[in-house]
Every structure is written in C-alpha cells, then in structure tokens.
Design a protein around this ligand. Structure first.
Ligand code: GTP
Ligand code: MG
Length: 281
C-alpha cells in the first residue's frame, strides 16, 4: 500500500498525531531527516489538520522536494558521445537498466554503444553481450578480470571515432563501504575524462526500491566518490514504493532520472515526479 493511503488509513476519523505521522513517513522509506523536515513544513501550514489535508499537504511538499528533472543530455555539440557511467551495489539492476536505457535511446533514434566494465564476474560480460546482440548495439569488452578503466577508455575511443551518440558504461556491483572498489570506480571516472574532459557527462547510481532507506546510505557514498548526477530506481514492480528517492533528492539534491518496473527490456520509464507522487509512492 502507498504512503498517502497509509496516512489516510491511519488517521481517518481521528486527530493527526505528529509522532505517529513521523513514524508512517519513516516506514515509507523517507528516512528520519526528511520525515522531520516534512513534519516541520506541515506544522507551519495553517488550517485544518485531518487525514485528508495532511495526506494532500505531504503530496505537495514531496512534489516540491522532487523539483524539476533535467532531461537526458542531448548529443554533444562537439560530436563526441554523451557518456553515462552506471554504478551501484550488487544486484540492484545495473546491467538490466543499461540494456533498457540503450533500448530507450535507440528507440529515440540515437546510436548507442555499451562498455562492459564489469570484468569482476565472468557471467557479467556475457549477460551484457546477450542484451547487446538482442538490441543490435555494439559492445566493447575485455577478458574476465581485465581492467575496467581500460575497457571504458577503449570503448570511449571507439565511440568517438564511430560518431556514436551515447556510450553507456556498465560497472561491477560494489559495496559502498569497500574502499578499494570505490577507488577503482573513481579511476574509471577519471579515465573517461582523458579523451573528453567533460566526460562522463552523467554519473548515475542504480538503487533497488525494495532495499528501503539503505539506498540513501549507498547514494551518499557513491556521490562522494563520483559526484552523482542521477538515480535510476528499479524494482518498483515489487514491494518497495521508492520513498528513498525522495530522501535522496532532499538530502543530496540528486534527481531521479528513470524508474524500472520489471525485468523486460521495455520496463523503464523516464521519472516523472507528478506521476510518481500520484500513482507510485
Ligand atoms: N522485478 C524487477 N526485476 C528487476 C528490475 N531490474 C532488474 N531486475 C532483476 O534484478 C536482477 C539483477 O539485475 P542485474 O541487472 O543483473 O543487476 P546488477 O546490478 O547488474 O547486478 P551485479 O552486476 O551482479 O551487481 C535480475 O534478475 C534482473 O532481471 C526491475 O525493475 N524489476
Ligand atoms: Mg551487472
């Protein structure tokens, strides 16, 4: 059940207790800091305080926090590809999201290339290769346990020489608490700037909606390493409602760019705050 429905159910016919409301917000993956901020904003509002008005006010405040979502960067004026680096912890849906995003971009008439920078798992290169074949998109890869930075460098060089519009780099899952793996990711990021100092133009984290508020902690660490410019939230077809992306927008100012709603290639939509607040959260 969604956050606003929970608020309505909990307080309908009774007065709204602020502590109870805060707990409901935290349970909705908004996190303590955002829940406290929302309560503050709600208290500052004048007028009736009942279940309906509080639910509506919460919607408005969350819509405000989500702000405007930047559009996908266009093809670079210098003719070089727009490079999107995809990172995140293990199993959140990075590789699937890269494939879905490639499909989305290809459907929009753009040329796309993939870089298989997850050299950590042998199956990962193969997994991305299957998607690339299916989508008929070029893939640059190396052998298992090769250097992920070198793969990205080669892919970038190839994408530049072929006049590709978008280069999507899939990286290995890594725990945000593992220092050496985060350093490796920073190196990938630096390497992509070697042939185009403005690259990678986008650095996105993929978070799983079912992991709740842990997504905020992950994003904090990846943001410190990469300076993130976006979030893809996956598995919104599951039990998670994606409250964590509101906390991420509020605390870190990072916009969500796409949402994943299934395992299929078409199950990716551009993030629309209005729809998200009305129908998903
Ligand atoms: N239900 C659902 N499943 C998803 C979604 N996105 C990805 N998955 C599934 O989640 C599982 C992991 O997806 P991957 O794309 O391999 O995840 P990853 O982050 O690349 O994993 P690692 O590379 O091992 O870190 C797969 O079974 C996907 O089909 C989604 O939006 N909804
Ligand atoms: Mg993967």
């Amino acid at each position: 059940m969604g956050l606003f429905q929970n608020i309505l159910n909990r307080f309908r016919g009774t007065s709204v207790d602020w502590d109870d409301l805060e707990e409901t917000l935290v349970t909705g993956d908004l996190g303590i800091r955002l829940a406290t901020e929302l309560i503050k904003r709600l208290k500052a509002r004048k007028g009736r305080i009942d279940a309906e008005t509080v639910a509506t006010a919460c919607r408005e405040e969350i819509r405000d926090i989500l702000g405007e979502i930047p559009p996908l960067p266009p093809r670079r004026p210098d003719g070089k590809p727009c490079v999107i680096l995809i990172a995140g912890v293990n199993g959140v849906g990075k590789t699937t999201s890269v494939a879905k995003l490639a499909n989305h971009l290809k459907g929009g008439g753009h040329s796309v290339m993939l870089a298989a920078a997850d050299t950590f798992r042998a199956a990962a290169i193969e997994q991305l290769g299957i998607w690339a074949d299916r989508l008929q998109i070029p893939l640059v890869k190396t052998q298992y346990q090769g250097d992920p930075s070198a793969v990205c460098f080669d892919a970038h060089q190839s994408a530049i020489s072929q006049g590709i519009d978008y280069l999507l780099c899939d990286t290995a899952g890594r725990l945000h608490t593992r220092h050496n793996l985060m350093e490796e990711l920073k190196k990938v990021n630096r390497t992509l700037a070697k042939q185009d100092e403005s690259a990678p133009h986008e650095r996105w984290i993929v978070v799983d909606a079912t992991t709740g508020s842990n997504a905020l902690a992950q994003t904090r660490e990846f943001h410190a390493a990469l300076g993130l410019t976006g979030v893809i939230v996956t598995k919104l077809d599951g039990s998670g409602k994606g409250g964590s992306v509101v906390a991420i927008a509020h605390e870190l100012g990072i916009p969500t760019r796409f949402i994943g709603t299934g395992e299929g290639i078409g199950d990716l939509q551009p993030f629309d705050p209005a729809t998200f607040v009305e129908r998903v959260l």
